[in-house]
Design a protein around this ligand. Structure first.
Ligand SMILES: Cc1cc2nc3c(=O)[nH]c(=O)nc-3n(C[C@H](O)[C@H](O)[C@H](O)COP(=O)(O)OP(=O)(O)OC[C@H]3O[C@@H](n4cnc5c(N)ncnc54)[C@H](O)[C@@H]3O)c2cc1C
Length: 643
């Protein structure tokens, strides 16, 4: 209210509040009547009641306004958020700017809050709201408490010092708090040679092109942009950044095109990046007790940890002992699976019960997004390494709060900050050639020469771009790689129809439903629900008709699963997206495929993306290969220092 009134009206109202608060301070709140305020402000009863319903309202007006600022802030949709840190910073600055014009008034208000129950209660209400709203984005109570304490402490300091600027104080203090929170996680491990960060002349900068603005391209560019000896162009042919991890808004729902979960975040490449690049984001663990497997129409806990393993009915007690033994062997790095070419080979010779074998197969299906037949083709060594990390993780399945846009927005910000990188959106690279010791890239807008080129795109597309170049033969072994494709069935519901579980995996039909909004409530309008169904697809068809019938059947199975666990969903569906061919991984990690190394003999380029060699699966491989590429380039830069 204070903000939107005409200036003269606001002045008069503020004056009345200020005088009233002074009287409250001098005589005590209970001893001051409305008549006293009218006399002291030389106004009439009519004027007083025009502005206020009663004496209490004077006191409550400011915290009430602060609460409406907090609520407005909470309505920001995730894709509008640049970074978690700046988003939270913004809130405190908005709160401060709403009161900074009234230092005397706030001083009285704070003192009165200590004495007056009515004020104390609305003050508590205000900070409770602030805490709850912050927890939605930063679900770590200690950090939220620290930020609020810093804000409140700053208010007291400001009130007790004359001529100080509240906004500057808040900015400074919160910057220190954030830097403390960040350094708690360690210091950058890619050292930046500060001597190189001095006046490197434009001509001496290494000029790098990155083709592809998905997670891999953005990651490589973010690392490289930290070095002053490097400049470059990031080319992206589509109208948006993020590639298959891009996020979009529809009818108030925030939909991830692809990536949702971070598997084993405490051991994930993203955690190293968070530290090294100074990213800030929150993640929330999917409630393990609500992760279920469905077999023969029966639901039972998925054996994600010891508690679930004891409760699950997938295995009998003897089989459970056997499975615990398998997990322990993986954790100790002594599991025999790593010595077998494929999971199938290991299972074929294993003396374990069929149920234990089926569980292995199903775990691999769900983590690699593939069918059981193909789960058997995943190399033993890949299985051993992947589950070594996952079983040791204390946070096996996490969602990035506010969608992956929170990550991609920060990577973009980081790349743009130094001013040495050009972000070329909707500019696909059409060809590449070698000329005058440089690599010339052609797009619809330009031909430009570069010292180095990084390919950050699906391997199949790299092979296409290399057609007719001298490097084509070296890429040939990777041309036949097959991708992992799934059917995606996203539905945004106007209301929560049922919330029995967070994840239901149908073991019989090889599909699963995630109640995404049960973990990340920032993605839905108030009271809404976002469900994502995914079906693993076989790609073994003799003709197109057969493939179509298979997909139609999968759609039916998916809708049946929705009907079963989320009855009534059809009546409240506000948003629906069905994609029958979404590429989860550009190279399926099975023994008949070959991941592309980040460097290839006889080829002068660098490669990164989820089809390249690197740590982890899916998005983690995009991050890890891109980070490896950036590190390799930075380690080789011997830029002469020019001061
Ligand atoms: C339905 C689905 C669910 C998923 N779930 C998860 C999950 O839960 N967890 C997880 O970790 N991962 C998940 N993924 C996988 C994850 O989204 C991808 O691994 C990751 O986004 C790949 O990033 P990338 O940068 O390697 O490739 P991309 O995202 O494909 O980026 C490549 C970019 O290159 C651009 N490009 C191509 N050719 C050119 C050219 N000639 N010139 C310029 N630009 C070009 C493309 O437009 C694209 O933007 C999922 C994917 C899907 C589809």
């Amino acid at each position: 209210m204070v903000r939107f009134m005409r200036a003269a009206t606001r002045k008069k109202r503020d004056y009345m509040i200020e005088v009233a608060l002074r009287l409250f301070m001098e005589r005590g709140y209970e001893q001051v009547s409305v008549d006293d305020i009218i006399t002291a402000t030389n106004t009439s009863k009519g004027t007083f009641y025009h502005y206020f319903q009663g004496k209490d309202e004077i006191l409550r007006d400011i915290p009430r306004k602060q609460m409406s600022i907090i609520n407005e802030w909470a309505e920001t949709t995730p894709s509008q958020v640049q970074s978690l840190e700046s988003h939270i910073h913004r809130l405190f600055l908005d709160l401060a700017s709403n009161i900074q014009a009234y230092p005397r008034l706030i001083r009285s208000l704070l003192s009165l809050t200590l004495q007056n129950e009515a004020l104390k209660s609305i003050d508590e209400e205000q900070y409770q709201l602030l805490s709850n709203r912050l927890l939605r984005w930063l679900p770590e109570r200690d950090k939220v408490n620290l930020l609020i304490a810093a804000y409140r402490g700053t208010l007291w300091m400001w009130c007790s010092q004359e001529d100080t600027d509240l906004l500057t104080m808040i900015r400074n203090h919160l910057t220190w708090v954030w830097s403390g929170l960040r350094s708690e996680q360690g210091t950058p491990s890619i050292p930046i040679d500060t001597r190189l960060v001095q006046n490197v002349k434009e001509a001496n900068r290494m000029n790098i092109a990155i083709i592809g603005g998905g997670l891999a391209g953005l990651t490589a560019a973010a690392y490289l942009s930290e070095h002053e000896g490097v400049r470059g162009v990031l080319f992206e042919r589509s109208p948006q950044w993020g590639g298959r991890a891009f996020t979009y808004e529809k009818s108030g729902f925030t939909l991830n095109y692809g990536a949702h979960a971070v598997y084993g975040i405490d051991r994930h490449e993203l955690t190293s990046m968070e530290r090294e690049l100074g990213l800030s984001f929150s993640s929330k663990q999917v409630d393990k007790r609500k992760v279920m497997y469905c077999k023969n129409d029966q639901l039972t806990p998925a054996p994600l940890d010891f508690v679930n393993l004891m409760r699950t009915e997938i295995l009998n007690p003897i089989q459970k002992v056997r499975f615990v033994g398998e997990i322990s062997a993986i954790i100790a790095h002594i599991h025999k699976v790593k010595n077998y070419e494929t999971l199938g080979d290991y299972l074929a010779q294993s003396d374990a019960d069929e149920d234990v074998k089926e569980l292995w197969e199903h775990l691999v299906c769900s983590n690699f997004f593939i069918t059981p037949e193909e789960a058997r083709k995943v190399p033993g060594e890949v299985i051993s390494e992947y589950y070594y990390n996952l079983f040791l993780s204390s946070r096996p399945v996490n969602y990035v709060l506010g969608s992956w846009a929170v990550i991609t927005n920060q990577l973009r910000q980081k790349i743009e900050l130094p001013g040495t990188w050009e972000m070329a959106l909707q500019e696909g690279v059409e060809s590449i050639r070698y000329e005058d010791k440089k690599y010339v890239l052609k797009t619809k807008n330009r031909e430009q020469a570069f010292d180095k080129v990084i390919f950050a795109m699906p391997v199949q597309q790299i092979c296409k771009l290399m057609k007719g170049t001298p490097w084509e033969p070296f890429l040939a072994p990777f041309e036949g790689n097959t991708a992992t494709e799934v059917m995606v069935y996203d539905i945004g519901l106007n209301k929560v129809v049922a919330r029995p579980f967070s994840y239901i995996s149908d073991m019989d039909n090889k599909l699963f439903i995630s109640d995404v909004s049960a973990t990340d409530h920032t993605l839905v309008p108030d009271g809404g629900q976002l469900l994502q169904g995914i079906a693993y697809l076989s790609d073994n068809f003799s003709n197109e008709e057969e493939r179509k019938a298979y997909l139609d059947n999968k759609t039916k199975q998916m809708e049946n699963l929705f009907d079963h666990y989320y009855p009534g969903w059809r009546d409240v569906t506000a948003v629906k997206r069905v994609s029958k061919k979404a590429m989860v991984s550009s190279v399926k990690n099975i023994v008949t495929n070959q991941l592309l190394p980040v460097r290839l003999e006889n080829v002068p380029f660098y490669f990164c993306g989820d089809g390249c060699e690197g740590k982890g699966e899916l998005a983690e491989r995009s991050f890890s290969s891109a980070r490896a590429v950036a590190k390799a380039i930075l380690e080789n830069i011997k830029t002469p220092v020019r001061v």
